[in-house]
Design a protein around this ligand. Structure first.
Ligand code: EPZ
Length: 426
């Protein structure tokens, strides 16, 4: 068997401007949301990532007409002849977010059959909060263990109060999708506040939903009978932007990260400043002036938004290998999200794992090696490492990276990185 690798010749300083694409974690919820509409919906600033390919397959299985123009990042979906068929194909397995069809189809048809979703393994990722929410709205839930398939059915969905034990991004969005066409008022307490949730609510509102309080702990949804066509532009990807900020801090001389909402990155920006990185916010851009070889170690704890994003702790870990002293990264969202550390150690890092945390001893020079992207943001951490390391780094399992980063090779090459892709034998 042969497989594709991303190969990076490290040590080349990066300069120039990078434009950030639409947010993956908004996109993967916005696309399933469209099925709630009775009319065509168009979305702009859609990133060119393989998660969108998988969602497009699922829309087509549901008999939606999908038109996608990758060159301008547009997707148009016509759901007028939709059929509520069971979603049990391999496309469901390709990403976690296929579960947003659960809420959206339940909302529209009061019935859905769907296989358990796939996605990155970050430790156990239960969906109990989603299911409790659907149940509270009136759905009966059956799970067929043999096929790994859920069947949800309700005579009608009736608005109610739902308290989330944890402010889960996925559960907040999924319950919102089911509730927009429920009878009466649904109140989600302890809702998540991530910017991607606000983006989804914005599209739903344009489609006719009545939603208040998104971005706070309490979201109130008054059900409507029909939803109509809309146009929507996706917010910039704060995690892609954060990854490029870290790359700029690691190996940039002067880099401009543009088309972003800087406020979404406040937690990362303050950590980078604490490490000694100089940067400037200018409108919808941030200019980063690299590092002077004298980075300070820091302690980071991941939190729900607006705290430090769990998705950015992995690429930040790579930068912390260059701090002068010991840094610590603690996870409160995904306690096992540390698979990147063993890969970084293969490249010369000195990282020890503790209980839901990693101790990073710096500074250690990094050298090229063959390493594996065990999940999407591990892939990002290894790209940062490859750019900094001496010699050649080969990253396997690149499909994880392509799930979430739009044209990452091209963007980095434009900044001066030396990157190629080729096939290797396993
Ligand atoms: C979203 O995952 C993102 N994925 C993740 O991004 C991100 O890491 C995560 O939010 C946290 O910000 C998408 O948006 C598609 P959660 P999600 O529900 O919705 C527990 C990336 O790299 N939980 O907020 O799955 C769960 O196990 C990805 O882009 C339950 O216990 O995250 C976790 O510990 C990976 N029961 C915590 O809550 C549930 O029913 C937060 O999960 C749901 C979640």
């Amino acid at each position: 068997m042969s497989e594709e690798v991303i190969a990076i010749e490290g040590g080349h300083k990066l300069n120039g401007t990078v434009t950030i694409s639409g947010a993956k974690n908004a996109t993967v919820a916005l696309i399933p949301s469209i099925v709630l509409s009775d009319e065509p919906v168009e979305i702009y600033n859609v990133p060119e990532i393989s998660d969108v390919d998988a969602l497009t397959v699922l829309l087509e299985e549901l008999n939606c007409v999908v038109e996608r123009d990758i060159s301008v990042g547009e997707i148009g979906v016509d759901p007028r002849n939709m059929k509520n068929i069971p979603l049990v194909s391999d496309a469901v397995d390709k990403l976690r977010a296929s579960y947003y069809f659960m809420g959206a189809l339940l909302g529209k048809y009061k019935e859905v059959t769907i296989r358990m979703p796939g996605g990155c393994y970050l430790g156990p990722r239960p969906i109990d909060l989603h299911l409790k929410g659907f149940e509270a709205l009136g759905a009966d839930i059956n799970y067929d263990e043999e096929t790994g398939t859920y069947h949800l059915k309700a005579d009608e969905l009736i608005g109610t109060e739902i308290y989330l034990d944890f402010a889960s991004v996925g559960a907040t969005i999924n319950i919102m999708l089911a509730a927009v066409k429920a009878k009466g008022r649904t109140v989600i307490e302890n809702a998540a506040k991530e910017p991607e949730i606000i983006d989804v609510a914005n599209l739903l509102t344009k489609m006719g939903a009545r939603i208040r309080g998104v971005g706070t702990d309490t979201i109130t949804i008054d059900g409507v009978e029909h939803m109509h066509g809309a146009y929507h532009e996706i917010i910039p990807d704060r995690i892609e932007a954060g990854t490029f900020l870290i790359i700029a801090a690691a190996i940039g001389e002067k880099m401009v990260i543009q088309n972003i909402i800087p406020q979404h990155l406040d937690a990362l920006i303050s950590k980078l400043k604490e490490m000694g990185i100089k940067m400037e916010k200018i409108g919808d851009s941030i200019v980063v002036y690299g590092n002077d070889g004298n980075l300070k170690p820091v302690e980071v704890k991941t939190q729900i938004y607006p705290g430090f994003a769990t998705d950015l702790q992995q690429p930040l870990t790579t930068l912390l290998t260059q701090g002068n002293g010991q840094s610590k990264v603690s996870e409160t969202i995904y306690k096992e999200r540390f698979k990147h550390c063993a890969q970084l150690n293969k490249m010369g890092a000195d990282i020890e794992l503790g209980e839901a945390c990693a101790y990073i001893k710096g500074k250690t020079p990094l050298h090229g090696a063959r390493v594996m992207a065990t999940d999407l943001r591990c892939g990002a951490a290894l790209v940062v490492a490859g750019l900094m390391a001496e010699g050649k780094t080969e990253i396997t399992n690149v499909y994880h990276i392509d799930r979430g980063y739009d044209n990452i090779d091209h963007k980095l090459i434009t900044l001066g990185a030396h990157i190629t892709r080729y096939m290797i034998d396993d």
